[in-house]
Design a protein around this ligand. Structure first.
Ligand SMILES: NC(=O)c1ccc[n+]([C@@H]2O[C@H](COP(=O)([O-])OP(=O)(O)OC[C@H]3O[C@@H](n4cnc5c(N)ncnc54)[C@H](OP(=O)(O)O)[C@@H]3O)[C@@H](O)[C@H]2O)c1
Length: 235
């Protein structure tokens, strides 16, 4: 198998790279990083620096891929030093909102646009993006985190729409939208205080669970929003 992973420098992304590279059936993992190259190396893994919100960079990288079986986008944005997720609409900042949309929603659509024709013909494939339960419109009980919620809801709609198109044009590819569970990474670290004991996963745990889900997916399962344990989540 050949697997492409974007956001491979993140907590979850790097755990995907490590676990998939260790699988005997995986011959090649083409992984991307953004600002700094991870120090993980493995004979199956090649690293490329890609800003996945930049269409020309995405196109140039996908042109190097050849045929792929899976593509997993594990990049994401929730906060940065100058911006946290909003507690109230009064904190909304247009630039931060747009950056959330670019990283959390646009990137997967650019990857689908440019990597779609790289899926191996006639073999089951997976195009997966890591979303978040807080992107569920129906499940939103607390409010807040507007830019992140809106951008993940946009990702979900984008991939649902993609799954309908690809059911006609790439029927061997399953489009999967996954919630990883709260996972101990830089993205969640400022917000872990109230996570109940036992519900904060290590990246290795979360990725182990998500790989079990991905391994069980068939093309007919395309266009669904699933949690790390396989639970179907409402859009
Ligand atoms: N951790 C959780 O509890 C949790 C819960 C629900 C959903 N998620 C989702 O899981 C995914 C992975 O998050 P994580 O927890 O692993 O966070 P993380 O450790 O902060 O990793 C996020 C990665 O995305 C990369 N990235 C950001 N902007 C990018 C860009 N323009 N181009 C390329 N890469 C870019 C970051 O690279 P740089 O740092 O170099 O910018 C970083 O490597 C995200 O989609 C997140 O929303 C996480």
């Amino acid at each position: 198998m050949k697997i492409a992973i974007t956001g491979g420098s993140g907590g979850i992304g790097q755990a995907f790279v490590r676990q998939l590279a260790a699988r005997p059936g995986v011959k090649c993992v083409a992984a991307t990083y953004h600002r700094s190259k991870p120090d993980f190396s493995h004979p199956a893994v090649s690293w490329a620096e890609v800003d996945i919100t930049d269409e020309s960079a995405v196109q140039a990288w996908t042109e190097t891929l050849g045929e792929i079986d899976w593509l997993i986008n594990a990049a994401g944005l929730l906060h940065r030093p100058e911006n946290g997720p909003e507690k109230t609409i009064r904190h909304l900042e247009p630039d931060f909102f747009i950056d959330n949309m670019r990283v959390n929603a646009l990137s997967s659509l650019l990857l689908a646009k440019h990597a779609g024709n790289h899926f191996r013909h006639g073999r089951p494939g997976i195009f997966a993006a890591i979303s978040a339960r807080v992107g569920s419109i129906e499940d939103n009980r607390l409010g807040g985190w507007i830019s992140y919620r809106v951008s993940k809801a946009a990702l979900n709609m984008g991939l649902k729409t993609l799954s309908i198109e690809w059911a006609r044009t790439l029927p061997n590819v399953c489009v999967a939208v996954l919630h990883p569970g709260t996972t101990d990474t830089a993205l969640s670290s400022p917000f872990q205080r109230n996570v109940p004991a036992g519900q904060l996963f290590s990246p290795e745990q979360s990725v182990g669970y998500m790989l079990e889900v991905l391994d069980g997916l068939k093309p007919a399962d395309s266009g669904k929003f699933r949690a790390f344990d396989g639970e179907l989540l409402p859009w």
